[in-house]
Design a protein around this ligand. Structure first.
Ligand SMILES: [Zn+2]
Length: 78
C-alpha cells in the first residue's frame, strides 16, 4: 500500500509514514469509519431507499422550519 497523503510505499507494520509522518493508525481508523458508512449506505440503497429518503427529506423540512423560526426570533443586529 502507498501513503494516501504523499504516495510513498509503506510497510503494513509502519505506524507513521516515513515520507510525510502522517499517523497511519488514525488513517486506518478513518478508513474504517468511511468503509462502514459506505457499507451502511449500500444497505440503505439495497433496501427501502425511497422510504428512508422520504423520512430524511421530511426531517430536513422540519429542520428548515426550525431554522426559519430561529432566524425570525433571533435578535436583529443593527
Ligand atoms: Zn506520507
Amino acid at each position: 500500500m502507498n501513503c494516501p497523503d504523499c504516495g510513498k510505499p509503506l510497510q503494513p507494520d509502519f505506524n507513521y509514514c516515513p515520507g510525510c509522518g502522517i499517523e497511519l493508525d488514525k488513517l486506518d481508523q478513518f478508513r474504517q469509519v468511511v468503509e462502514d458508512s459506505f457499507a451502511q449506505l449500500e444497505v440503505v440503497v439495497a433496501g427501502d431507499a425511497i422510504l428512508r429518503l422520504e423520512s430524511l427529506s421530511s426531517r430536513l423540512d422540519s429542520m428548515e422550519q426550525e431554522l426559519d423560526v430561529f432566524l425570525t426570533t433571533a435578535p436583529q443586529r443593527t
